[in-house]
Write a protein that binds this ligand. Structure first.
Ligand code: DX5
Ligand code: ZN
Length: 218
C-alpha cells in the first residue's frame, strides 16, 4: 500500500476564511469539500460557486463529497470546474455507472460513497467504473460525530479485492477519524482518511495532519 493520504474536511473550517484554512493544511493530499443540499442530508453547506473560488485559492486537489439528490444533474459541473475527485452517494441515484462516466468524461476521478447502513455487495460489480470508494463511518450530514467501527468490515472486503488485483480503487473513509480511531481504520486497509474536527479543531491544523499521517503509517 502507498503511504496514507489525509484529506482535511473544510466542513470544520471557518467558512469566512476558506483560503487561509486551506493554506493551514498545505501538504495535505486532498482537501475534502462537503456539499450538502438539505434534501439528501438534513444540512446545507456550500455549492459550485464556492468550489470554483476554492480552486483558484489552493493548489491542494479538491475532493468533493456530494451529499445531494440528483447527482446525474449536479455532479458533472464539479468535474468541469476542475475538482480532482468527485464523489456522490450510491443511495442518491439508480444509475451510478452513468454518473461516474459523466464525471470521468469531464476530467475528474469518480467516487462512490455509501452510508454506514448500506451494504457494499450490491455495488461490487460497478466499482470497476470508479476510482474511489468513500466509506462513511458516521451518518452523513454533520462533523464531530463518533466513529462507527462496524463499517470497517466493508473496508476489509474491498481491500482484499484491491490487493488481489480484482479492483483498482482508492479506499477512503469519512467520519469520526481522529488520533483514537485512525489506526484501526488503517489496519482495515484504508488508503485515504478524511478528518474534519480532528484537523480544524486542533490548535495547529498542519501539525494535526502530519500526526494523523504518521499514525496511519505506523
Ligand atoms: C459528514 C462529512 C464529513 C465531516 C467529517 O457528513 O461528510 O466529511 O466533515 O467530520 P469529522 O471528521 O469531524 O467526523
Ligand atoms: Zn465528507
Amino acid at each position: 500500500m502507498a503511504s496514507p493520504m489525509i484529506a482535511p474536511s473544510i466542513l470544520s473550517a471557518d467558512f469566512a476564511r476558506l483560503a487561509d484554512e486551506a493554506a493551514a493544511v498545505a501538504g495535505s493530499d486532498w482537501l475534502h469539500v462537503d456539499v450538502m443540499d438539505a434534501h439528501f442530508v438534513p444540512n446545507l453547506t456550500l455549492g459550485l460557486p464556492v468550489v470554483e473560488s476554492l480552486l483558484k485559492a489552493t493548489d491542494i486537489p479538491l475532493d468533493c463529497h456530494l451529499m445531494i439528490d440528483n447527482p446525474e444533474r449536479w455532479a458533472p459541473p464539479y468535474a468541469e470546474a476542475g475538482a480532482y475527485n468527485v464523489t456522490f452517494h450510491a443511495e442518491a441515484t439508480d444509475d451510478p455507472r452513468s454518473v461516474a462516466r459523466d464525471i470521468r468524461a469531464a476530467g475528474s476521478k469518480a467516487g462512490l460513497s455509501i452510508k454506514p447502513g448500506t451494504d457494499i455487495e450490491p455495488y461490487l460489480e460497478i466499482l470497476k467504473d470508479f476510482d474511489t470508494l468513500l466509506i462513511m463511518s458516521v451518518e452523513p450530514g454533520f462533523g464531530g460525530q463518533s466513529f462507527m467501527p462496524q463499517v470497517l468490515e466493508k473496508a476489509r472486503t474491498i481491500r482484499k479485492l484491491v490487493d488481489s488485483g480484482e479492483l483498482k480503487l482508492l479506499v477512503e473513509i469519512d467520519g469520526g477519524i481522529n488520533a483514537d480511531t485512525i489506526e484501526q481504520a488503517a489496519e482495515a486497509g484504508i488508503d485515504c482518511f478524511v478528518a474534519g474536527s480532528a484537523v480544524y479543531g486542533a490548535s495547529d491544523p498542519g501539525e494535526a495532519v502530519r500526526k494523523l499521517r504518521a499514525q496511519a503509517a505506523s
